[in-house]
Each structure stands twice: as structure tokens, then as C-alpha cells.
Design a protein around this ligand. Sequence first.
Ligand code: 5GP
Length: 205
Amino acid sequence: MNKGLVIVLSAPSGCGKGTILKEILDQSEDIRLSVSATTRSPRPGEEDGKDYFFLDRKEFEEMIQNGEMLEHAEYAGNLYGTPKGPVDAWSEDGIDVILEIEVQGGSQVKEKLPDCVSIFILPPSFAELNRRLHKRGTETEEVIRRRLALAKAEMEHAEDYDYIVVNNDLKDAVEDVKRIIAAEKLRYSRCSDTVERVLIDAETV
Ligand code: 5GP
């Protein structure tokens, strides 16, 4: 059986990554989302085991020491990491899995799993990102400034990714991500089992 794809999706905040991800998962029944572990506190409405595995620092560090994290990174004062077990198991079973992670984690995954497909989401422009962050109206100017500085730092890592998707229009961005996944599944390296099967079959005709 061909292995499932490991898809890394990264984007600075305000680029619509959450909305794109939700659309992809709603539209594609065979793609699973990796549930990350974090030391940050749950936000209202977030469920343990569904949105994140909420751990304390000691539990998180134990997982790292036991080799149970595929990657991990510190972001805005909290630890985030991808539990290795489910990603390995799904991929072995031919199931595609998306990792919604920040750039430090993204580069660790690319190093450990060079065959993964990495996608970076960009806003149409920095001015537009600035506008979107202000439009939410929920954060102070200081918080927005910090987010913009972080976004710029993250965008500097875009060159490490395989694909860039510009989120100008949500529908187009979702289509772009779906097209990338569809094309990647057709790479020879991922279809070699199918080719082999047809060739074996050819011997019998
Ligand atoms: P939030 O706290 O807003 O849910 O997430 C903050 C950042 O952490 C986002 O950029 C998100 O992509 C990233 N993140 C979530 N899970 C993981 C993970 O497992 N590993 C890494 N490296 N980053 C993650």
C-alpha cells in the first residue's frame, strides 16, 4: 500500500489558516488532522484531546525525552509539539495527515520526513494583514504590533516551504491547497506500488 502524505501547513496569524484548514477537512473525508500537544491554557470552548492535548511543562518534557514528539517548539512563551505516534500510524496505513504548525516545527518535520509536503500561507500583502488584524478589533495596538513583527519573522521562513498559497480569496486558497495535495499524491515515488501492480498484471495477460 502507498503511504499517506504528511502535509505541513504553516502561516502567520491573520492569514486565515484556521478557516482554510476547516474547509479542507470538511471537504476531504480521508484527511486527518494531527492533534498537537501544548502547555498553553485552553481557550473558552477548546476541548482536551480534540483541539489540543493540554499538558503541563513536566508532562510535555517527558514526552520529548521519551522520543514521543515528531517536533516541538516554543512559541509565545508556550511549548507546542506534534505527537509522533498517530502521524506514523496514519501514514503507514495510507491515510493523509495535516500538521498545522509554526515555522520552527515545520523545518524540523522537513528534516525528519523529507518526503512531507509543506505549504506556507501568505496574506495578499503585509498592508492587508495589518488591516485584517485591526479589523478583528479585539486586541490592543501593542499586541497587534507584536503579531505583525512575529508574522514578518515567520514569513522569512516561507522560502523553506515547498508551496506558497496566497490567501486573497478563501475559496481559491482552499482549491490551491487541494490541488497541491492531489498532485503530490500522483508523484511517481508515491505511486510506485500501483505501477508495480500493473506491471505484474502485464505478465499474466
Ligand atoms: P495557538 O496557541 O493560537 O493555537 O497556536 C499558536 C501557534 O502554534 C500557531 O502558529 C500554530 O500553528 C502553532 N502550533 C500549533 N500546534 C503546533 C505544534 O504541534 N507544533 C508547532 N511547532 N507549532 C504548533
